[in-house]
Design a protein around this ligand. Structure first.
Ligand code: NAD
Length: 243
């Protein structure tokens, strides 16, 4: 049976040589960004393949971009919470080698984490599908809000988000695997672990700990499982490990 207390988690950190955090949408709900799979979340209203896939982007670009900008561009204005800040402090104190995240909100970097691998991409920029030029997402949003499709300022080609869509390769997955394999502990925070690559990444180290509001698929193969809000749990962890 996995340990369930903060003391179990602190002890686990004391036993291992290196740890990495693996975060999902749950670490950002306390910043006000809802996760997708909880009841009432985005995936209960829409079929993601219909709106967030490579096929949707090429076959129905107007609908794709209208939806993308409406749903995702507000996320760039959110701020990190205590959980993001605690992970940044753990990295600064040498207790974490970095963060692998499924999130696209950029909040780990905003909170001060330095090694951040965003396996599903991010919302900071878009790029041209013809010449690879990069532009801020805000520029694409302006074009969409003016009733057009986002086009490249350099060559006029079609722009696309730097978020991984259904049907895309995962450009950062090799770096994420390498980082997860380089440590003895993966600390999962706020992920249901119901999809790859999260579940796969979580299995790369010998030891595992999970902080999540509800049970996950990997609880039975983890050393510690704490079913509690991420912010308060990570804050308590930092206080215990770093002071
Ligand atoms: P998920 O929706 O599958 O799971 C989130 C988990 O976090 C749930 O099990 C939920 O119980 C838990 N949770 C919610 N709030 C919590 C809290 N305060 N403390 C602890 N646990 C909490 O999320 P996922 O596994 O990350 O997958 C969703 C996909 O959607 C990801 O691939 C991600 O790219 C994307 N997404 C990103 C964002 C973002 O960038 N903030 C938001 C929503 C979805």
């Amino acid at each position: 049976m996995p340990g369930t207390t903060l003391e179990d988690l602190v002890l686990l950190f004391e036993q291992v040589d290196g740890a990495v955090a693996l975060t999902g949408a749950g670490i950002s709900t306390e910043s006000g960004i809802p996760d997708f799979r909880s009841p009432g979340g985005l995936y209960s209203h829409i079929d993601p393949m219909e709106y967030l896939s490579v096929t949707a982007m090429y076959d129905h670009p107007e609908r794709f971009w209208r939806f993308f900008i409406d749903v995702f561009s507000p996320i760039v204005d959110f701020e990190p919470n205590a959980g993001h800040r605690a992970l940044a402090r753990l990295e600064q104190a040498g207790r974490l080698v970095g963060v692998i995240t499924q999130n696209i909100d950029g909040l780990h970097t905003k909170a001060g984490s330095e090694t951040v691998i965003e396996v599903h991409g991010h919302l900071r920029t878009v790029h041209c599908t013809s010449c690879e030029a990069v532009a801020p997402l805000t520029e694409a949003a302006q074009q969409v809000n003016a009733g057009g499709l986002p086009t490249c300022p350099e060559c006029g080609g079609a722009l696309r988000p730097d978020v991984v869509l259904f049907g895309d390769q995962l450009p950062a997955i090799d770096r994420a695997l390498e980082l997860a394999q380089s440590v003895e502990l993966v600390l999962v925070v706020g992920s249901s672990l119901s999809v790859t690559p999260a579940s796969y990444l979580a299995l790369q180290s010998g030891r595992r700990a999970i902080i999540n509001r509800e049970p996950t698929l990997l609880d039975s193969v983890s050393d510690v499982v704490i079913n509690a809000p991420a912010g308060e749990t990570l804050t308590a962890l930092v206080e215990a490990l770093v002071g």
